[in-house]
Write a protein that binds this ligand. Sequence first.
Ligand SMILES: [Ca+2]
Ligand SMILES: [Ca+2]
Ligand SMILES: [Ca+2]
Ligand SMILES: [Ca+2]
Length: 485
Amino acid sequence: MTRRTPTLLAALAALTLPLLTPAPAAATPTPTPIPPQSPPLKDDFNGDGYQDLAIGAPRAAVDGRKSAGHIAIVHGTKSGLEENAQQSIRRGADRIPGPARADDLFGRALTSADFDRDGYADLLVGATATEESERPLTLVWGSRKGLAGGPVPAVRLAGGEAFLTSGDFDGDGHQDATTSDERGTLTVLYGPWAKDGTPARTSVTAPGEDDHADRMTSLTAGDVNGDGITDAVGLFGDPGNSHGAASLAYWPGSATGLSRTRAEFWRPGRGPVTGDALAVGEIDRDGYADIVVSRTHRETDESTTPPGGQVTHLPGSPLGPDITRARDFDQDSPGVAGTSKDLWRFGSDLSIGDMNGDGYGELAIGVEGRTVAGRKNAGGVVTLRGSRHGLLTSGTRSLTQDTKRVDTQAETDDRFGSRTKLVDFNGDGRRELAVTAEGENRSTGMVWLFRSNRSGLTPDGFFVHASDGGMAAAPGDRFGSQYTS
Ligand SMILES: [Ca+2]
Ligand SMILES: [Ca+2]
Ligand SMILES: [Ca+2]
Ligand SMILES: [Ca+2]
């Protein structure tokens, strides 16, 4: 791996602009990234070695209560996902504190980690914060029988309800949760977790006075600066500003916990780094997690984003996101399937994970506004291959519901690709791709699961909807509008 010179590091530091709050103190670059002891357990709720899929439907009705929300769990197995054995997680059932009420939006945010280190991944669920409930989060424990199948009941916790992510933000070996409300108040819940689910300590950071118009629009995590401690990455800003999108925000973790100040970024000749969707993961396998942000549309006074949308790869480095190596991709990039068409919304959602088993992470890109055979907003999905040199434009894959061997058909306003999630359901080291069409069947929503092989994404798989798990499915539910982050 190439080492960066101090001069270049200084130049990188200069490009990390503290726009609204002070930049984090420049950490001494770590000579060698520390790999984690073993990959942290996520999404394997029954601990059988196969990752499971949590599918959120926060707008779904529960027992006639509108937008109460529920979560479907599909378990991974050696042969892939169990097609017809969904579990349904909702308030007021299976010892999950309830009752389910209208407008709870239970499942509006989801994250998974093994918080109590018992070998079963747990699920942290966000729901609407109300005055009578200061505890909008629900921590559901994993067990041999899956979520809520063990002896310890789920617990309600205080924190931000709108965005959740997890990792070890203070490097003590215990998984922590970073949570945010819509305004961007960050509440970090640090492990170790007591048997009743109480975190060891909590820190709350409110946005600055100057940030009154700002909103959090996305939150995720990864070890971007390679020091062995998880960092938080979000999109935070005023979506109504002249850039038309929130800014990329970076909070590095440290031995004392997540930074209370965020860094924002500026690309020379381009302006602030902004985004509509975000993913963090290992693309080039250099020990620094990579960030990908998308701009799904072009503002009227802007010329740098193609009209159909664009994704930007920002490699990680000892100082965080490396702006000097940023690379843009759109559907007009040579080799990338399709063409860049106005309103296609290339980058409507993003997910990073190794699909072909070579150790480098692929990028799955939702294109929810894609027109298919004249049907507008039918949607599609594109994958780009990862490599030592970053994302490649050779070997891209593209799917729509009209692709041969894909069950179902592309229809107007299906918005296939509105959400994507890469998870290894069958434990073969290659991740399969879950794709949501939030608009399917008058916004009832549906999820497709596509297998992968040594050349990446295949059109083979099947689809699931809420009724597979015994829940009523109705227009407006938008089943699949959330996955774990
Ligand atoms: Ca499992
Ligand atoms: Ca656990
Ligand atoms: Ca920790
Ligand atoms: Ca790969």
